[in-house]
Design a protein around this ligand. Structure first.
Ligand SMILES: NC(=O)C1=CN([C@@H]2O[C@H](COP(=O)(O)OP(=O)(O)OC[C@H]3O[C@@H](n4cnc5c(N)ncnc54)[C@H](O)[C@@H]3O)[C@@H](O)[C@H]2O)C=CC1
Ligand SMILES: O=C(O)C(=O)COP(=O)(O)O
Length: 598
């Protein structure tokens, strides 16, 4: 098989060997990946600093710090609509590209449905995202980001404030003073020094609470199945089992997320294991505790006191408010993160994350998309477009318009396979395969979900090559099995439709069709012809295209040998009509031809 011959490139009037080196813009690739079509233009505008595009609309539905609002306003159109009902939110949400919330707004599947695909990012100005339906966000291709670090200290300080206030009956004593009473013996407290504090959930907040507990002279133990032992050791905290933690502690402080596995963890059974007279602090999530079970434990004296910042239903109403009314319970209305300092920092952190996401950058705090580092992105950027184009070519080669069920992707790379992160390339291949035949938008958030939904199986293999490591991917090959081809010559002996591409001079190129080498830039549209390798073929096809006013931008011929069979790949600016393609197909030496829309 001979190598493909490149002929000429109309756009810069050079052969591909001398094609001017283009710097590949990484941002536009990312825009395509992570933003909807209505934002692509916006993002390109931002990266190229002109203003022909509409500016993104951002809805802030829970109170956000001024510093964050300022950043958002510099970037887009911002509306602050606090305390909207779900119905009102649903009726407005399709006007916005981004939504910024705290714990007050419930970001439900209904909201994503109502957004009609416009909502591209939900920013949670805080840590806990139990109020955001992440699965629905993923299915709708909407990125969810949070601000996980800015309120850690505030939450830890609030936990300690509640612990000490509870131990010394500060709230009760204050209420009685305000009622004109002077009740000293009724409000005798307990000391914390020397007592055991069990921290359940030894993450950011939990470890800061533990540090502060140590400073108060408490013995601190913690339970967290995923906690790093060295951090615990460094603070002087013993990591113990759940049962040991709750059965030996005088104070139990909760700091884990609300998930299906932690929901209702503190139930009758858990309270029954606790030391009589234990004190409970919950600055994490109300749903961790079965509130009725806690009331029973308070009434029976197992739990002497509870300090509660968070509730299953916020604000608690009806029966749910019984906890707040209990005489041995002190409460605050979800104030853990509410310090001036934390709220300003959280607001800035979330504004930056939301702006980054709207710009098409991959966020370090993305909760439903793979985290791909900027370093990896800068290296793989040029291959992002190649991956999508190959997906587009592949799906158009399959007969019947039924789509692809099974594709094997071979990445030829000089890199150690462990050093080649292909998630973004896989997402783009999925995008290329699925978007031309459906109305879904595929991005890095929803690519794997959409692939599963469409029964598209993608297997990946990394093939070692000896090329320079400067070029992380030498080529990408797609092999489609179980499908019939519209262009027989793409089918290998193993029955699979096969196409391969590379990045040349920063531009994606199709380099192999079946067993034939070609060399055609994957820009614009391409006609593939399988023909006898004989003089005059380029002229004949060129004439037909010329007669029908179709401009040729690029041509390349790959052949099995002199006067054997050849594949001619023709880049065209316009889409030829059926009659033109039929005419080309009727040229006696042409076996088959296919038009590919890129
Ligand atoms: N009341 C408030 O205003 C605030 C509440 N929070 C809440 O505090 C919680 C913790 O926040 P961070 O420390 O930032 O999160 P984090 O992710 O740093 O820590 C959570 C820890 O819980 C652990 N964990 C998970 N399942 C567990 C289980 N079954 N048993 C024990 N440990 C388990 C995890 O391994 C992790 O180490 C979150 O629910 C967050 O929403 C955070 C800030 C403010
Ligand atoms: O960050 C968290 O998880 C919090 O619970 C803080 O909630 P908020 O932003 O104050 O509604």
């Amino acid at each position: 098989m001979e190598a493909a011959t490149s002929i000429w490139c109309a756009s810069c009037n050079l052969s591909s060997q001398t094609h001017k080196k283009q710097s590949y813009p990484i941002l536009p690739s990312l825009h395509k990946l992570s933003l909807s079509t209505n934002l692509r233009r916006t993002s390109t505008t931002l990266s190229s600093a002109n203003s022909e595009s509409p500016c993104p609309s951002i809805l802030v539905s829970d109170k956000l710090g001024e510093a964050g609002l300022h950043l958002l306003r510099q970037f887009g159109h911002v509306e602050c609509l606090y305390n909207l009902s779900l119905d009102d939110l649903c009726s407005r949400i399709a006007e916005f590209d981004a939504l910024v919330v705290r714990s007050g707004t419930k970001v439900t599947r209904r909201l994503f449905e109502a957004s009609k695909g416009r909502l591209k990012v939900v920013g949670r100005a805080g840590v806990g995202i139990d109020n955001v339906d992440r699965q629905a966000a993923t299915e709708f291709g909407c990125l969810v980001v949070n601000a996980p670090t800015a309120n850690t200290i505030a939450a830890a300080e609030h936990g300690i404030a509640l612990l000490t206030a509870m131990a010394r009956n500060v709230a009760q004593a204050d209420a009685s003073m305000k009622a004109g009473k002077w009740e000293r013996s009724k409000n005798v407290g307990v000391s914390v020094v020397g007592k055991t504090l069990a921290v359940i959930g030894f993450g950011r907040v939990g470890s800061e609470v533990a540090r502060r507990g140590k400073a108060l002279g408490m013995r601190v133990i913690a339970h967290d199945p995923y906690a790093p032992a060295d951090t615990a050791r460094a603070i002087g905290v013993d990591l113990v089992s759940f049962d040991e933690a709750i059965s030996t502690a005088h104070f139990v402080s909760l700091h884990m997320p609300l998930t299906p596995s932690t929901q209702g963890l503190f139930d009758d059974q858990a309270f029954a294991k606790m030391t009589k007279g234990v004190r409970l602090i919950n600055v994490a999530r109300g749903g961790l505790v079965d509130e009725d079970a806690l009331l029973r434990a308070l009434d029976s004296g197992i739990v002497a006191q509870a300090a509660v910042d968070v509730f299953t239903e916020e604000p608690p109403s009806g029966d749910a408010s019984r906890l707040a009314q209990h005489e041995n319970v002190i409460t605050t209305p979800h104030l853990g993160a509410s310090t001036k300092e934390a709220q300003e920092q959280v607001a800035v952190e979330i504004a930056e994350a939301v702006i980054g996401a709207l710009r098409g950058e991959l966020s370090a705090t993305a909760l439903n998309a793979p985290i791909i580092s900027p370093q990896v992105m800068s290296v793989l950027g040029p291959y992002v477009a190649l991956a999508e184009k190959l997906g587009r070519v592949a799906v158009q080669l399959v007969a019947g318009g039924t789509g692809i069920q099974s594709v094997k992707v071979l990445y030829a790379s000089p890199r150690d396979p462990d050093n080649l992160d292909t998630r973004i390339l896989r997402a783009m291949i999925t995008k290329g395969i699925i978007e031309p035949i459906s109305d879904v938008h595929v991005n890095l958030v929803n690519a794997d979900f959409i692939a599963r939904q469409k029964h598209l199986r993608i297997s990946e293999e990394k093939v070692a090559t000896n090329s320079s490591v400067d070029q992380p991917v030498e080529s990408i090959q797609l092999q489609i099995s179980g499908a019939e081809s519209r262009f027989e010559s793409t089918v290998l002996d193993n029955g699979r439709i096969s196409i391969q591409g590379s990045v040349k001079f920063g531009v994606p190129h199709l380099t192999r069709v079946g067993a034939f080498s070609v060399n055609v830039s994957l820009e614009g549209n391409v006609i593939l012809c399988h023909q006898v390798d004989q003089p005059g073929m380029i002229g004949q096809v060129g004439n037909i295209l010329g007669e029908h006013n179709v401009n040729v931008s690029f041509m390349s011929v790959g052949r099995s040998g002199k006067r054997g069979k050849a594949i001619m790949a023709i880049g065209v600016d316009e889409e030829p009509d059926e009659a033109t393609l039929k005419k080309i197909g009727e040229v006696p030496a042409i076996y088959e031809c296919v038009f590919l829309h890129l």
